[in-house]
Ligand binder design. Structure first.
Ligand code: TYD
Length: 214
């Protein structure tokens, strides 16, 4: 039996650059000779990718209600946890996940104002009770996050998805919500200043992740 792997997650507002950091961390872990599995939420399984398309591109006027949104994110999470994350950890691989249960607490709880206690209970089912060993919160201000999203859109011709297209007040609640949530989980969630160059952010992430290697 191999030793259980480590489960690391990235969180942050839209435009925080956490997806780049998730990729860089997985690469670094592989360079250390470890097996690293990189996944993202929502998605990461074929069922999850279908759910991703649903939650991201159902126009708000078609009325995906907040409860349905929470349960769809949770369904994607349950499938990813059972199908990919748990088997990988059990085989000794490290798992790097771009967003996990904290995203629902923050986006739907703080952002949309849904019942946080209910979300925590739903997350307990969706995660099969597992928790990340460490979570890196890449923190950026709303104007900086929005500026980066606009630049990315201009480059790729892509449109804003449903969540990204929310008003500024929503994004402010998400950013502040992350800070409050991190304050409630100081032993697990590490806040990193994401307004710096990607290399500087990567160094901070690596310094924290390395502690799990020792
Ligand atoms: P994604 O394209 O992955 O955004 P990013 O690259 O910024 O992470 O889209 C995920 C979007 O879904 C993002 O706006 C956050 C939102 N989301 C929730 O609202 N709740 C959740 O539980 C999860 C996992 C994501």
């Amino acid at each position: 039996m191999s030793e259980r792997g480590c489960f690391l997650t990235f969180e942050g507002p839209d435009g925080s650059g956490k997806s780049t950091q998730a990729r860089r961390l997985a690469d670094r872990l592989r360079a250390e000779g470890l097996t690293a599995v990189q996944v993202r939420e929502p998605g990461g399984t074929s069922t999850g990718e279908l759910i991703r398309a649903l939650v991201q591109h159902t126009p708000s006027q078609e009325g995906l209600c907040s409860e349905a949104e929470i349960l769809l994110f949770a369904a994607s999470r349950a499938q990813l946890t059972r199908q990919v994350i748990l088997p990988a950890l059990d085989s000794g691989a490290w798992v790097v996940c771009d967003r996990y249960a904290d995203s629902t607490a923050v986006y739907q709880g703080f952002g949309r104002g849904a019942d946080l206690e209910a979300i925590v209970a739903i997350n307990r089912v969706a995660t099969v009770g597992i928790e990340p060993d460490a979570t890196f919160l890449i923190d950026v201000s709303v104007p900086e996050g929005q500026r980066r999203l606009a630049a990315r859109r201009a480059e790729s011709d892509a449109t804003y998805d449903r969540m990204e297209g929310q008003d500024i007040a929503f994004h402010e609640r998400v950013r502040d919500g992350y800070r409050v949530w991190a304050g409630r989980h100081p032993e697990r969630i590490f806040t990193i200043d994401g307004e710096r160059e990607a290399d500087a952010v990567e160094q901070d992430v690596w310094a924290l992740a390395r502690k799990k290697l020792l």
